[in-house]
Write a protein that binds this ligand. Structure first.
Ligand code: ZN
Length: 263
């Protein structure tokens, strides 16, 4: 099931996407059931499928080639950091370049949405706690990352966490390590990889996080980005006003966002 969040009479409702159509699914993401047809997806305004997760846990350097382009060793255990939920925007919403940064970059990532409270789970059972998967762009201000010496502020500017276009429930993604993942900047492929090349699998990441942290329904884990980001290129490529960024994940969908100038 593809679960979308859409605007209806100034409210947010969940819907089920089937081909080009949306069927109403009610107001609770944990109890979505396919109801009456609402209309064509293309005619609806859609929001981020999750707007206020309790936490967004992100993972650094979780693809070997991305660690190589960053010039660092592949980590021996997952590197967790956080993005704040106020950075979330939905499909089609602008990524706003902050005046503080000249080096805003994209990062295509598979995002995991937790479905059930989870603590101390073994990796063999970890996928049972997943509600579904979506695309996430871990937008990052590289100059601020360097300045701060860590990543939270640089990756939490408002609009730096596009997610969507919907959540595909976990029953339709039996193996999250078998998905193609790409990003495109103005139609040009930047990143083109497969989730099979993650250093730590989705199940291992959940188990690692849940050794320390209670994961709650709606929490998001951003599972890291493959190689091809703008900062790793020669010369580097950063986002500019007027750009259009796409994150594509096979079996999930396409998340596209325009880039607008600083405020
Ligand atoms: Zn990232």
């Amino acid at each position: 099931m593809k679960v979308v969040c859409y605007r209806y009479a100034q409210t947010r409702r969940y819907g089920v996407v089937e081909d080009d159509d949306v069927f109403d699914g009610g107001t609770s993401i944990s109890a979505v059931t396919r109801g009456r047809r609402v209309g064509l997806l293309a005619d609806l305004h859609t929001f981020a499928p999750i707007i206020n997760p309790g936490k967004i846990i992100a993972v650094g350097l979780n693809y070997r080639k991305h660690a190589a382009e960053a010039g660092v060793e592949v980590p021996g255990q997952p590197i967790l950091f956080s993005k704040f939920s106020t950075a979330i925007v939905g499909p089609g919403a602008p990524i706003t370049l902050p005046e503080l940064s000249e080096e805003v970059d994209l990062e295509a990532e598979l995002a995991v949405v937790i479905g059930r409270e989870c603590r101390g789970v073994k990796s063999a059972e970890a996928l049972e706690y997943v509600f579904g998967y979506t695309c996430l762009n871990d937008v990052s201000a590289r100059d601020i990352q360097r300045l701060d010496g860590q990543w939270t502020r640089a990756k939490s500017f408002d609009s730096f966490c596009p997610i969507g276009p919907w959540i595909v429930t976990s029953d339709e993604i039996p193996d999250p390590q078998a998905l193609g993942i790409r990003s495109l900047l103005n139609g040009l492929v930047m990143q083109d990889a497969a989730t099979s090349s993650m250093v730590f699998s989705v199940a291992e990441l959940i188990a690692f996080a849940a050794e320390a942290i209670t994961l709650m329904p709606g929490d998001i884990i951003a599972t890291g980005t493959p190689d091809g980001v703008g900062v790793g290129r020669n010369p580097p490529v950063f986002l500019r006003p007027g750009d259009v960024v796409r994150v594509e994940i096979g079996g999930i969908g396409v998340l596209e966002n325009p880039v607008v100038g600083g405020v």
